[in-house]
Write a protein that binds this ligand. Sequence first.
Ligand SMILES: Cc1cc2nc3c(=O)[nH]c(=O)nc-3n(C[C@H](O)[C@H](O)[C@H](O)COP(=O)(O)OP(=O)(O)OC[C@H]3O[C@@H](n4cnc5c(N)ncnc54)[C@H](O)[C@@H]3O)c2cc1C
Length: 611
Amino acid sequence: MGLYKNLPAGLEVVDIIIAGGGTASCVIASRLADASPELSILVIEGGSNNDSPTIRYPALFLANMAPTSTANTFHQTVKEEQLGGRELIIPTGAVLGGGSSTNFMMYSRAQRSDFDGWNAAGWSANEMLPYLKKLETYHGPGNKAQHGYDGPIQVSGGTYGVLRSQNDFLAAAEKIGLPVVEDAQNLDVIGIQRAMRYISPDGKRQDAATAYLHPRLQDGHHRNLHVLVEHQIVRVLFDGDKRAVGVEFKANPTFQPGDSITRSVKAQKLVIVSCGACGSPAVLERSGVGNPEILKQVGVELVASVPGVGEDFEDHQSVLYPYRSNLNPDETLDAMVTGRADPMELIKNNDKMLGWNCLDVSCKLRPTDAEATALGPKFKEAWENDFKNKPDRPLVLMASANSFPGLPEEGIPPGQYFAISNFSVYPYSRGHIHITGPNLTDPLNFKTGFFSDADGVDIKMLVWAYKKSREIVRRMDLYRGEVPSWHPAFPPLSAAACIDTDGPLANDVQDIQYTADDDQIIEQWLIDKVGTSWHSLGTCKMAPYDKDGVVDTKLSVYGTKGLKVADLSIAPGNVGAHTNNTALAIGEKAADVIIKELGLLKGQKTVNSER
Ligand SMILES: Cc1cc2nc3c(=O)[nH]c(=O)nc-3n(C[C@H](O)[C@H](O)[C@H](O)COP(=O)(O)OP(=O)(O)OC[C@H]3O[C@@H](n4cnc5c(N)ncnc54)[C@H](O)[C@@H]3O)c2cc1C
């Protein structure tokens, strides 16, 4: 099997090197290996193999968020002045399969206007839909023409779900006029649906390493596909013609502390950087590709002046709100999260709850015109420019989770909780991520820029989301009040004050009337609490060079030869979705682009050659 912890002899020269072994990378490596058995491919992943129960069993996903976990990298930002000087922690996947191995498994696809808005030849929604279908075997409801039924990634409800809380949420949302739909993942529709997940019908996580790479590493038909784990890319190597000819890499000291040797491997045809939106800019900059001024400051010799590298960082900006409930212990993940249940026992008993991520409802929502107007003139202007005439564009995504949204060390009071996550999907704020030195150990200069938009529109998105989500929850039968320390601290006499109730509210629940003071309290709360949705993108944009672009529509890096970037960093605009699906689709599309460029078709069909 071609999976190694140390590079074996004989692999000093390959055809293609893929730097990073995450979501998009696993797709690209697998499709290229299918296209040509002669093509030698080496994936170099900084993290370990993904053979851990906390990855395989969906219900254990929060274990990967513990600060001691090696499955994620916990990037630290600079002090963000607009957030009261807070330093944020932004986790990204750091294991074979990348984010797809550690994410929360919410199945969610971008909207039609997202791909169309990228304005990139070959990447429109109609051109991307075949890739979205190719990657999945869909077990959910909806129009069959818009889903795939024989792809590597199984999308299903998994082995567990709580119908009572799903029905309760849907009914409460309908009471306030929100649209409930079968399938909000068909590119065109928004609304509230029973969640589908990257979980197989028999309850296993569907990460890209498990679904794409491992079967090929084991089937005996892909002998030229090689994967080196536990090694980090230092930089890409170029010849005098600015052609990428290989990479320098080192053992990751977390896994192999005694080895500090810098090694190199050569690529005869192509180097593909696929280290994610928080990793790819650093690899390019250490290689001499980036803004000349930044590279000069950090002592890296310039190879290609590409000022867009590391700019325009975007994420979805998020806050989670827990509520008390009358849910039963077998209706939440709280026992597992607090350590009251032993995961090893559940595994031994093949417990169905293991095939559950506790996120049962998924929502893509937008305000009415009147609600948009009530959020102030600047918000109204943004609404009219960017949302009003694009009815497929949600303002926020919301999900309901049957669990307390924290780790045991955060002191969860005993009980059964559910939580609402709210995040904005098209924020106006931008951040950046750059190196501060030429070495892997040099810290990053990373700023999310959350809530830094000049017109203060981003914060209003989350004000609207908070109020709307509370109105849904207050109409649910299982609602027993807010967990006050996790909600804005409204004064006790405010109509918005948190409550503790023994039963559901009476039938004729009226909307809370928030005062100007209440609104201010919400905004301050958001400044104090806003964090990541783990959906980083846009730092090596596919855009014209003079618009901060880093790659062209064939994913080739400007000013270089034989070098591509292929991961979520290339997304030139945000998506109204959790981002895993878009990363997988970028992988599928990138593979087709490369297969055609290298002339590997030999009678096989790529998606677009079928059209
Ligand atoms: C905690 C969390 C929860 C999420 N929840 C969801 C969800 O429920 N649904 C959803 O749709 N999306 C979710 N996402 C987002 C989604 O998983 C990511 O957008 C997606 O995985 C990004 O794919 P990528 O290929 O761009 O990068 P990644 O998958 O992050 O891959 C990058 C890879 O490069 C490696 N790497 C980085 N630097 C180096 C280096 N120097 N050398 C070698 N290797 C390197 C990393 O270890 C990683 O494996 C979540 C993400 C996280 C982190």
